[in-house]
Design a protein around this ligand. Structure first.
Ligand SMILES: NC(=O)c1ccc[n+]([C@@H]2O[C@H](COP(=O)([O-])OP(=O)(O)OC[C@H]3O[C@@H](n4cnc5c(N)ncnc54)[C@H](OP(=O)(O)O)[C@@H]3O)[C@@H](O)[C@H]2O)c1
Length: 373
């Protein structure tokens, strides 16, 4: 084929432009950021410089992320703080693959399968103020990004039987349920466990309680979700919308014994009723405020029955590792309601706002290999 000088020059230009374009693509990644919109925020997709791993840092190619109620609260500027989330990368939860390590990294190698911990700096023991200010998707950058850079301490290995989508559901909701039941509540087989609603925390509570041989009882505003929960191991159910005395139905399901464990996610809507049906020596984990935070906690309700209440704010890396050991031992799989593509992130938030889901909502970020079961 004959190519004259002009054509050669044209071809060279084309090649240069193409390679420059390729270089630029390799140097940037896509990530979402909260952008001010009216009284709340919108999800804006940005091209940002590809991060580089510094000393003791790790680059993670994020394969999947999951939503928690907190993320929706932030989007709607309804999180109960005056912090500006403009420019924050959303979502605390995500899992992916280590693609580069900086100097001095000893905990991970390229190719490792990892999840970010909720508080990047809360490793063990009681949290410090500094550790609690390292919450991903809030004060620290979140996971809704093709690649993240993080200190090697801010990651855990994920259970080998889980896909990236499944592992991405663990850092917040699962760990909160696990700490509430196991670390604080010292749950035992045979105990009655009250779970409120069928969102992320509660469904993990159901799955964990069932795996241990405890007896979960769950509430919901929708009967079809209660049917599904029964199939998953709930020994009792109550519709809190059609039955304002749902707590009495829960007590009846325990044969009058009451709930030994409660994961209270409803707050003002549920706490007073849950306390009325707490068993002698029971434990109530104060977790959420779906019906608003800030209910009175009558001391007598706890004292006369020798019960305990604990405030739970997710957990540490050590807690996450202990939970993963339990998940691995019992081959536990999370309940994923729906998986959205990266470009559909706004639709995933809308789906959470609709309340038409059960368990977890996932956003896939990169190609993900499902591990054989
Ligand atoms: N302290 C912590 O560390 C921590 C950690 C995680 C979450 N949280 C908090 O815990 C709460 C739950 O979080 P999540 O991510 O599990 O929520 P989620 O997945 O968004 O769960 C929403 C579901 O909860 C149920 N629900 C809504 N309002 C309710 C009410 N007033 N009473 C009972 N159930 C209600 C509904 O289930 P049905 O459709 O079945 O009715 C709804 O679909 C939120 O307030 C969140 O901020 C706290």
């Amino acid at each position: 084929m004959h190519i004259d000088l002009m054509e050669r020059a044209g071809l060279l230009m084309l090649l240069l432009v193409a390679s420059a374009a390729c270089g630029q693509q390799a140097d940037t990644i896509r990530q979402y950021q909260f952008e001010q919109a009216g009284g709340g925020y919108a999800l804006a997709i940005k091209a940002v410089p590809r991060p580089v791993a510094g000393d003791h840092e790790v680059l993670v190619r994020v394969h999947a992320t999951s939503l928690n109620h907190r993320d929706l609260n932030m989007l709607e500027n309804d999180y109960g703080d005056d912090f500006s989330y403009a420019g924050t990368i959303p979502l605390s939860d995500g899992a992916g693959e280590v693609i580069a390590v900086g100097r001095g990294v000893t905990r991970f190698r390229v190719g490792d399968r990892v999840a970010g911990i909720f508080f990047e700096k809360w490793l063990d023991g009681a949290p410090s103020e500094d550790a609690l200010a390292s919450d991903r998707g809030g004060n620290a950058g979140g996971m809704l990004s093709e690649i993240i850079v993080t200190h090697e301490n801010g990651l855990v290995s994920i259970p080998e039987h889980l896909s990236y989508e499944e592992a991405a559901t663990l850092p917040c909701a699962a760990l909160t349920a696990w700490v509430g039941l196991f670390k604080r509540g010292h749950i035992e087989p045979g105990q009655y466990v009250l779970l409120e609603g069928t969102g992320g925390v509660s469904v993990f509570g159901l799955i964990f309680a069932d795996a241990l041989g405890a007896r979960p009882i769950i509430t919901s505003s929708r009967d079809y979700k209660l049917e599904r929960a029964s199939e998953m191991g709930a020994v009792g159910t109550a519709n809190y919308r059609s039955n304002p005395d749902w707590h009495l139905a829960v007590r009846e399901a325990t044969g009058g014994h009451g709930a030994d464990q409660v994961l209270d996610v409803g707050g003002r809507d549920t706490l007073a009723k849950a306390l009325q049906i707490l068993a002698y020596g029971g434990h109530i984990a104060l977790i959420g405020g779906l019906g608003g935070y800030g209910s009175d906690l009558p001391t007598g309700a706890l004292m006369w029955i020798n019960a305990t209440a604990s405030g739970v704010y997710v957990g540490s890396r050590a807690d996450f590792e202990a939970m993963n050991a339990f998940i691995g031992e019992h081959r536990i799989r999370p309940l994923i309601d729906r998986v959205f593509a990266f470009d559909e992130a706004p639709a995933a938030f809308e789906y959470m706002a609709s309340g038409n889901f059960m368990g977890k909502i996932v956003i896939r970020v990169g190609p993900s290999k499902v591990i054989e079961k």
